[in-house]
Design a protein around this ligand. Structure first.
Ligand code: FAD
Ligand code: NAI
Length: 467
């Protein structure tokens, strides 16, 4: 069988399905292929959504045990892990079915099967039902995402030695969990299992967690996580994991070399990053160029070196974030429709959904210094905010960094309650090239957490009023 489309999108994650939908809205005939049994990609199936479901449930579990400080006596919370997991699984099923519905609603041919590019304009699909088809098309967008970066010498079995996928589906709460890598996944999923009762140790190669973030903010963030009981072994590397009958022996060495020590645990989470996923796509045969890290090389219009083949999302350069993939997806669909699609890479927010949350957009103090940009800084703590006090969530601060000459906001860093929601205001302000003064002059409702943002903006000009 042979079908003809304007566009074939390979991958049904945030990069793939958003591209397919936008292209269909713009009048193209579109097929979207995913080799997983459900659409939604890593994000909906084994990433953003299940992790946030467990973060939410585990936060409530922990919170419930502390309600007596508000005069609410409920006794000690009891955990029903299978029920918590089914809640997560139900959300995933609803949302992935939702994507399938959106594809149908937009008259997109959704295909479950593995795709291989035969040549520009020709994609072979090995369907889940056993049939193999060749789709013909004017253009191809590759949005095949990423996969877990393996740790040499440590074999992931997804039961005792797990990646994020296994850590989202553990059958029991580990007594002791060693997390290899103090990045986003390690801290989010480490938080989940600590809240549910695990003793969590994070082993991080560098001398700090979440590399690339504002140092001042991440120190406050790490202090808050430490206060909750997460242990950190920084400047350390895991050199091996030995499986014993009921436990695991993790060998850890100083990153710079030195005496080895062993940590006993029952579960290890490997979360040292993700790498682009292009297996079986036929890229080498077609001649699509990739960089030294395996990322598909594209120009500013997401075009590869091969005519008619484009790529977006985790499989290309840039932060591996669902909203970055989504923005690129819409941009490439618009470019294919000869419209001016674009993504502003200077204003892509990042959020770590722990408690407190850690969110940032734009440049850190270290980056401003490295680029010799003169800046002013305003900072305000949640401790001095009424709404944060009401909720008992006073750890952290908002920091606004603005150009010393023009006052334009260049970076915002938030550690605190609802930082992930609040960062949207900062991103919007930066998208409109707002000055710190613009934010300071914007009326913010009282009592809200967003007043902390305004006070921090006032702080850029030394006019904080509430402290
Ligand atoms: P993916 O979502 O990975 O989708 C690619 C799809 O392509 C997959 O479904 C795959 O099956 C399919 N595919 C691959 N090869 C083929 C082929 N040959 N034929 C057919 N189909 C193929 N990001 C956030 O912004 N916020 C978060 O809170 C967040 N949480 C995360 C939590 C975890 C545990 C993980 C692992 C990731 C998280 N991310 C988060 C990152 C986010 O999931 C990714 O950035 C996002 O999914 C990338 O989208 P994508 O479309 O590029 O790729
Ligand atoms: P990461 O890149 O965020 O963190 C990996 C950490 O592991 C780094 O701190 C790194 O220094 C450390 N590391 C590397 N090798 C090591 C080693 N051998 N031993 C010890 N530490 C080592 O990667 P992570 O956490 O796996 O997440 C992958 C991607 O998924 C991220 O790029 C992130 O963007 C995305 N993601 C986003 C989320 C969000 O937006 N909330 C949530 C989860 C994932």
């Amino acid at each position: 069988m042979s079908d003809t489309f304007d566009l074939v999108v390979i991958g049904g994650g945030p990069g793939g399905y958003n591209c397919a939908i936008r292209a269909a809205q713009l009048g193209m005939s579109v097929a979207c292929i995913d080799k997983r049994g459900t659409f939604g990609g890593t994000c909906l199936n084994v990433g953003c959504i299940p992790s946030k479901a467990l973060l939410h449930s585990s936060e409530l579990f922990e919170e419930t045990s502390h309600l007596d400080r508000l005069g609410i006596i409920v006794g000690k919370a009891k955990l029903d892990l299978p029920a918590m997991m089914s809640h997560k699984d139900n959300i995933v099923s609803e949302l992935t079915a939702g994507v399938e519905f959106l594809l149908k609603k937009n008259k997109i041919t959704g295909i479950k099967g593995a795709a291989k590019i035969l040549s520009p304009g020709k994609v072979e699909v090995a369907r889940h039902n056993g049939a193999t088809d060749v789709l013909e098309c004017r253009n191809i967008v590759v949005a095949t995402g990423s996969e877990v970066m393996p740790l040499p010498g440590v074999e992931i079995d997804e039961e005792r030695i797990v990646s994020s996928t296994g850590a989202l589906a553990l059958a029991e709460v580990p007594k002791a969990l060693v997390v290899v890598g103090g990045g986003v996944i390690g801290l989010e999923l480490g938080s989940v299992w600590r809240r549910l009762g695990a003793d969590v140790t994070v082993v991080e190669f560098l001398d700090h967690i979440v590399p690339g973030t504002d140092a001042d903010a991440r120190k406050t963030f790490q202090r808050a996580l430490k206060k909750q009981g997460i242990k950190f072994k920084l400047s350390s590397k895991v050199t091996g994991v030995e499986k014993q009958k009921t436990s695991l022996k993790v060998s850890v060495e100083p990153a710079a070399g030195g005496a080895e020590e062993a940590i006993e645990c029952d579960t290890v989470l490997v979360s040292i990053g993700r790498r682009p996923y292009t297996d079986g796509l036929g890229l080498d045969e077609v001649g699509v160029e990739r960089d030294e890290r395996g990322r598909i090389h594209v120009d500013s219009r997401y075009h590869t070196n091969i005519p008619g083949i484009y790529a977006v999302g985790d499989v290309i350069e840039g932060p591996m974030l669902a909203h970055k993939a989504e923005d690129e997806a819409m941009a490439v669909a618009e470019i294919l429709a000869e419209k001016p699609g674009h993504v502003n890479y200077d204003v892509i927010p990042s959020v770590i959904y722990t408690s407190p949350e850690f969110a940032w957009v734009g440049l850190s103090e270290e980056e401003l210094k490295a680029e010799s940009i003169a800046y002013k800084s305003g900072k305000f703590p949640f401790m001095a905010n009424a709404k944060a006090k009401v909720g008992g969530m006073t750890d952290g601060f908002v920091k606004v960094l603005a150009d010393a000459v023009t006052d334009e906001v260049l970076g915002v860093h938030i550690v605190g309650p609802d930082a992930g929601t609040m960062i949207a205001e900062a991103a919007l302000a930066m998208e409109f090239s707002a000055s710190a003064e613009d934010i300071a002059r914007t009326c913010h409702a009282h009592p809200t957490l967003s007043e902390v943002f305004r006070q921090a903006a006032l702080g850029v000009d030394d006019r904080i009023t509430q402290m």
